[in-house]
Design a protein around this ligand. Structure first.
Ligand code: GTP
Length: 419
């Protein structure tokens, strides 16, 4: 999320609804990320929108000075995504709202509907950064899906057949979702899904197949070919949005689980498991022309910090070390291996370059010290650096560890390695 707060406008005249909304907003929207303004009339909305840039608005359809949804027209006119709160539901009203180009409507029935509306704001914030590829040979159908996705702030890419889609995907591997039709010239939807699945699995990229009603079996075939989901045409806009959100949330949950499994809970650096897995490729790519250095570092006399200032202070020092390591070695793979021991893989660096870099880091730690509360703690590190390429990463880490022990034996606060 960008460092600037997102401004959200809530337009609602009912004090009871406002009270519930405020409560949910306070619970769900981080005040560090969102600034929410509340007004109770069209006049209030006009004044606020004149003064501020809004990321999105939640607006009541019927206000005393705007009984017929005029506030929604006004908000949309200003290019602000709008989630409509409506007291009642009818097919006619739904049709009208959707053709206006709103993000979604929420019938004011229970606390859950307000929670849904607030969650939608969070979703829009994420969507801004998500690329979706729409693959469809009919220009009208493609533009329709594109418009619906843009109403939810997605970045939309287009392709008119499977071959075209593969090219776009190659240029934009960050695409998180592909929505593809079945029947297309050059390459159909099934073949596209088959080819895409050779590169990206379901936990990295979601695929939703589109198939027409009369060809019911296509939907099952789409799933069997590797799509995450399908949608039968013609579909309601809400159906598309629900499927899109559902599939993206599944991917996000898997990624969050992976991330949690790969990170050290305290410093947020990668953990030992991740370093050993991801490091294999780094090690494989190393050769005589592309050297690899492995540095192991350990905070000196860390036990004394725990003993003297308490375990919490020790934790704070480790967090500080984690921050220092990730900012100083941002282009390298870094990890906390255990306790007060950290590791960094430095591909492309010769022995002397690696030793110099680690010596600079040692000096930085020595110079900085750290405040834990109002207590200033002086701290130093010892470092071992292995640069001789051996057959396994484990072997290099073991060597670096031996140099680290030597640095400690020689009095700590120094870098020892192969020159
Ligand atoms: N606060 C805190 N302490 C930890 C954590 N993990 C390990 N420790 C402690 O770190 C200390 C490491 O002690 P030692 O292995 O003797 O290392 P040292 O005191 O730095 O000594 P040298 O390595 O010789 O400089 C132990 O007391 C562990 O209990 C942690 O996550 N938080």
């Amino acid at each position: 999320m960008s460092s600037q707060k997102k401004r959200i406008l809530v337009v609602e005249d009912s004090p009871i609804v406002l009270k519930i909304l405020r409560h949910i907003v306070n619970q769900e929207l981080d005040p560090k990320c969102y600034q929410v303004d509340y007004v109770d009339s069209l006049a209030g909305a006009k004044e606020s929108i004149q003064q501020q840039d809004y990321f999105a608005a939640l607006a009541d359809l019927n206000l005393p000075d705007a009984p017929d949804g005029e506030v929604v027209d006004f908000i949309l006119d200003k290019g602000i995504p709008c989630i409509v709160l409506t007291g009642s539901y009818s097919e006619e009203r739904r049709e009208k709202l959707l053709t206006m180009g709103i993000v979604d409507y929420v019938v004011k029935e229970s606390r859950f509907s307000y929670a849904y509306a607030v969650k939608l704001v969070q979703r829009l914030t994420l969507n801004e950064f998500i690329k979706v590829l729409v693959v469809e040979d009919s220009v009208t159908a493609r533009k329709y899906v594109k418009t619906l996705l843009q109403q939810h702030l997605f970045q939309v890419l287009e392709a008119e057949n499977g071959v075209d889609a593969l090219k776009v995907y190659e240029q934009h591997p960050e695409v998180r979702l592909i929505i593809t039709d079945y029947h297309m010239p050059e390459m159909d939807g099934f073949e596209l899904v088959r080819q895409i699945r050779m590169q990206s699995d379901k936990s990295d990229l979601a695929i939703i197949g589109l198939s027409s009603m009369e060809k019911g079996a296509l939907s099952a075939k789409f799933i069997k070919n590797g799509a995450n989901d399908f949608l039968q045409k013609p579909f309601f806009p809400e159906e598309l949005h629900c499927r899109v959100i559902h599939n993206l949330e599944s991917i996000e949950q898997i990624q969050a689980l992976n991330e949690a499994a790969n990170r050290d809970y305290l410093t947020k650096l990668y953990n030992r498991r991740y370093l050993f897995n991801a490091g294999q490729e780094v090690h494989r790519n190393a050769n005589q022309k592309k050297p690899l250095a492995v540095a192991m570092m350990s905070v000196d006399n860390f036990k004394d910090v725990n003993d003297q200032y308490g375990h919490e202070a020790g934790d704070a020092l480790l967090i500080h070390m984690g921050e220092l390591i990730s900012e100083s070695f941002s282009r390298f793979l870094t990890a906390r291996l255990d306790g007060e021991t950290f590791c960094v893989l430095l591909p492309g660096l010769s022995s002397s370059q690696a030793l110099t870099l680690m010596e600079q880091f040692r000096l930085k730690v020595e110079d900085q010290g750290v405040y834990i509360g109002d207590q200033y703690i002086d701290t130093t590190i010892s470092v071992g650096v292995a640069t001789q390429l051996v057959t396994s990463l484990d072997g290099m880490i073991h060597r670096a560890d031996e140099y680290l022990c030597r640095a400690k034996d020689m009095g700590s606060n120094q870098v020892v390695g192969e020159s």
